[in-house]
Each structure stands twice: as C-alpha cells, then as structure tokens.
Design a protein around this ligand. Structure first.
Ligand code: GLY
Length: 345
C-alpha cells in the first residue's frame, strides 16, 4: 500500500537542482577533470556477486598493465561462461523457450558496439566488440547479429536450454506470468540455481567498468534480459547510453535492474552527464536513481534498478533503488563485494 511506503525522495531536491543548472552551450561544459591520481588505478567495478569472478578475470589483464577494453571483455566473458539465471546461454529463456542475449561494449574513444536478441552464441560481448571494431555500425540484432557472429568465426551452439533453465521454464509455463523480482542476482555461490518465474533468479545483468594503469576507461554489459520475456524484448543492456556509457573526459557508468526504466531516462548517459556537471560518481548514481523513483512513483517499490560509476580520476560510486544490490570492486588482485547504498528505506 502506498501509505506504508516511505519514499526518501532525495530526488525532489536533486531534480530541482538539476532544473536550475544553466544549460550552457556544449563548448562551455567542462570537458576534463583534474589529473588522474596514479594511486587509484587500475581498478574494476562490476555488478552483483557474479562480479567477483568477473573482476578476477578482468584483473589478469589490468594487473599486468593491459588495456581496459580487453579487461572488460575478458571479465564478463567469465560470467557468460558460467551457469547463471541471467547471463549467457545457460540463462532463462524468453516466453517461447529461446535464450536471447544482449550485450554492449564501449572503449575510451567513443567506440561502441552492441548486439541484441542474439541466439546460440556463447560470448555476445565479443560479438559486440567485433561490431565495434569491424563494422561501421553500433548495433546488430537478431538473425543479422547471429549471421555476423558466424561470419566472424563464432561457433553456433546448440539450441538447447540448460537443465536449470529447462526446469524453470516448465515451472513458468504452468502459470505463464512474468513478475520481476528484485535483487535476484545476489544468489550466492555458483552454479546459480535458476528459479521459477516470480521466484528468485529470473532477471538480470553483469555490467563492468574498468580504468587501466594508463588511465583508459572502458565498459561492458551482458545479459539474457528478463526471464520469460516477450519474444523480441530488448532491455537496456545493449543500448549505449542506457545500460552503459563511457566518456573518456569524464567517466563511465553502467546499469542493472529493470531495463525499461533505465532506457526511459537514458540512465548511464545521465549518470555521466551528472558527473560532467560536477557530481561525484556516487552522487550522480544517486540522482539518476532518484529520477527513476520520481518517474515510477509508488510502482518504484516493485522494481530494482542500480547504477555503478567511475570517474576518470578513479573515484567510484554506486547506488540502488532498493536494498540488496551489491557490487564487486577491485583495486588489487582480490575483489571485494560491497553493499550498495539505496534510496527506498
Ligand atoms: N537490465 C537488463 C534488462 O532489463 O534486460
């Protein structure tokens, strides 16, 4: 009941503040921040507990002085290869029983590539990178994305659900209702059991941001999207500016949670623009979450959305709509799982 809900709309002040920001011409906006502190790099941050293993994968590259772009690709490939409810070919299918995958990647020069509704390819993040590096395009979808992947040498995997996903799909068919459940990614050790619709583990994403030893920023994002989604549904994760955005002069941000609500306010781009206007990564994530809460009103209680962000100086931030979001942070070989601050108390 709305009356029981205590919404801490820090957004009220935040949105008012935003409205008051004078819209100077683009050239007048700050394009660079003070110099980087070498002490803060390299670093990598990624969403949820799956981020621990993913960060370890990324650190093999970052710790050896490698490129952030290589790190964010290798990092989330770890998750794509794990059995999970929400990422990779082992994840929950759409309502027609087909696993469809979304991913995007962005480098430190506004290079970006995405794939959406990609089927039977184990590593959509690597296909997204090929889109970025070997085509004049940003986003390939569905059969065209698969055709491109195969032409690039990616093996076509069998059209077969994992045992966990098969079980979850059969359960879902009994009542055929999609009900997102918040925080399902925080599911403990792998392999993650795939839950029935409306139960745990039916939703979400790994997003990763890295700043390498040379100060280069990159980001990646990969997901199977909502479990049992409408066939053809695409969330925020492959949409540059929604699920991920990197501006080398400012910082990077990425999203997790209910993608529709991230798309409608261009979430990750918004976080980066708030950082450009002077917010810390933490404050920028908080303000973006507050905007979503303000848009959703009472329905905000029914969803989870969270952002992670890194400034080019190596400051990190994260903020969630609801309790339960955690992220993995690595500034050394050993990642730490950090509980995020959140809005709705
Ligand atoms: N955030 C992932 C999705 O909504 O598909």
């Amino acid at each position: 009941m709305p009356s029981r809900r205590k919404f801490l709309y820090t957004s009220a002040a935040g949105l008012a503040g935003l409205a008051a920001v004078p819209l100077a011409g683009a050239a007048a906006l700050p394009q660079s921040l003070p110099p980087l502190s070498p002490a803060t790099r390299p670093l990598v941050i990624s969403t949820w507990d799956a981020g621990l293993n993913a960060n370890r994968g990324a650190w093999k590259i970052l710790g050896a002085g490698g490129y952030a772009l290589d790190a964010v690709e290798a990092g989330v490939m770890v998750t794509e290869a794990e059995q999970s409810c929400c990422v990779g070919l082992g994840a929950n299918p759409d309502r027609d029983g087909i696993v469809t995958l979304d991913a995007c990647i962005m480098d430190d020069k506004f290079g970006c590539g995405s794939v959406a509704a990609l089927e039977r390819i184990r590593h959509p993040i690597s296909v997204a990178r090929r889109v970025m590096e070997r085509t004049p395009h940003v986003l390939l979808v569905g059969p065209g994305a698969q055709q491109f992947a195969v032409a690039q040498g990616f093996p076509l995997e069998p059209q077969k659900l994992s045992a966990d996903a098969e079980k979850a799909y059969r359960e879902w068919l009994k009542n055929s209702q999609y009900r997102p459940v918040i925080n399902v990614e925080n599911s403990g050790t792998k392999p993650v059991p795939v839950g029935p619709a409306g139960g745990p583990n039916n939703h979400d994403t790994i997003a990763m941001l890295a700043l390498d030893a040379q100060g280069r920023l990159s980001g990646s994002c990969t997901t199977s999207g909502m479990g049992f989604k409408l066939r053809g549904r695409v969330g925020d994760s492959p949409i540059i500016g929604a699920g991920l955005f990197v501006d080398p002069a400012v910082g990077a941000a990425a999203a997790t949670g209910q993608g529709e609500d991230v798309i409608r306010m261009a979430g990750s781009h918004t976080v980066v623009e708030l950082m450009r206007q002077g917010r810390s990564p933490q404050a920028a994530c908080q303000e973006a979450v507050a905007r979503i809460a303000a848009i959703k009103g009472a329905a905000a209680r029914d969803i989870q959305v969270a952002f992670i962000a890194v400034s080019r100086r190596g400051e990190v931030g994260a903020y969630a709509l609801q309790k339960g979001f955690s992220y993995a942070l690595s500034t050394t070989e050993t990642p730490r799982l950090v509980n995020s601050a959140y809005l709705l108390k």
